[in-house]
Design a protein around this ligand. Structure first.
Ligand SMILES: [Zn+2]
Length: 354
């Protein structure tokens, strides 16, 4: 190892500041780095903002936590930063392989959702769409996919005669732009041909998330990518509303922090049983894309996610077209009239069961 690498490893082990080094001195991680902690954990840094912990004894679970895919969604970044610090300084140790991803470092630096483009629309290959010019977010999305694939498909752990032997998990952690009637909620990606898992919904409950949105079509989100390609149990988890770094009331994230930490580090981690009475489950009814420049939403900026409307209510309109509630209780999620033409401006959802 070069002196500079030794120095970087020493800094990481002394104070665990992987995220701040990634943000402030990304060049330190221009070449992959690996080292072993005193407790036997192997640490691998493939590039800035991505770190892998492997226990001395490998279990059958591989876990990915990603955060900061949107740079201003600070609470999950703080949760992951703290977990990484505790692992590097050996206050905690992993019992399963764990990859922690800090997604959009330049967007964090400017405290914005993104620099040029919403990264969570760039997965499952969209980053390389030949019809769209490249940018830093597209390059980064491709890199994240490459590293997640390398992590889940590590050749030494995925021998041909052990198909399906490994359990894979990916929780992509976010906070929402607007208030939500159900402050925390999670999107369960489309899993064609595979039953939804009650125990995964119970895991969301243990994270304090009791509203689950079942997606029923392919998409270009990070969690869908891991679900589709690696059979991972994956969710996009919305943990509350966006606040600046250091201004989050972290007590509101205590359940998520504890459960995510326990899952990776507690050898006797136990989930509560799934109790359907505790959850609100929705499925997507309409995906409304903005197709004209005059697209507008027919409700106020401050109407929360999951606010519901009567059948016939006009959610949105644009030249030549109205978008109408098809049933009573149809609710809105992720409204944003300021997206590019051709992009999703609104989802509507209706109650269902698992
Ligand atoms: Zn987000």
């Amino acid at each position: 190892m070069t002196d500079q690498k030794l120095n970087t490893v020493a800094q990481l082990r002394a104070n665990g500041t992987f995220l701040s080094l990634s943000r402030q001195q990304a060049a330190l991680f221009a070449q992959p780095l690996d080292f072993i902690l005193d407790n036997g954990t192997k640490v691998i840094v493939p590039c800035e903002g991505i770190i892998v912990f492997e226990p001395a004894t490998i279990s059958n679970k591989d876990i990915v936590y990603s955060c900061g895919i949107h740079g201003n969604e600070t609470a999950p970044i703080e949760i992951c930063d703290e977990l990484v610090q505790q692992l590097l300084t050996e206050k905690l140790r992993v019992v399963h392989r764990l990859m922690v991803i800090f997604g959009n470092l330049p967007a964090m630096d400017i405290a914005k959702r993104f620099v040029e483009e919403n990264m969570n629309r760039l997965f499952d290959g969209e980053h390389s769409n030949p019809d769209v010019p490249q940018n830093a977010e597209r390059v980064r999305a491709a890199k994240l996919e490459q590293e997640v694939r390398a992590f889940f498909m590590a050749p030494s752990l995925n021998k041909q005669d052990e198909q399906g032997a490994r359990e894979r998990f990916h929780y992509d952690l976010h906070t929402a732009i607007r208030d939500s009637k159900n402050e925390k909620f999670a999107v369960y990606p489309f899993t064609p041909g595979i039953a939804r898992k009650p125990e995964q919904v119970a895991f969301m409950g243990a994270c304090g998330v009791y509203t689950i949105l079942l997606s029923n079509s392919p998409t270009t989100t990070f969690s869908y990518f891991s679900s589709k390609h690696f059979g991972a149990d994956a969710f996009t988890v919305e943990l509350g509303k966006v606040h600046p770094f250091g201004e989050n009331d972290m007590s509101r994230f205590a359940d998520a922090r504890k459960t995510l930490t326990d899952f990776a580090t507690n050898p006797v981690f136990q989930l509560p049983d799934y109790d359907s009475d505790k959850f609100l489950i929705y499925h997507v009814n309409q995906v409304i894309n903005k197709s004209k420049g005059d697209f507008r939403l027919n409700f106020d900026e401050d109407v929360p996610n999951f606010a519901d409307f009567q059948r016939g209510f006009v959610f949105a309109e644009e030249s030549g077209r109205q978008y109408v509630a098809e049933q009573d209780g149809e609710a809105i999620v992720f409204p944003n009239a300021n997206v590019e033409i051709g992009q999703r401006a609104l989802l509507t959802v209706v109650p269902t069961t698992l």
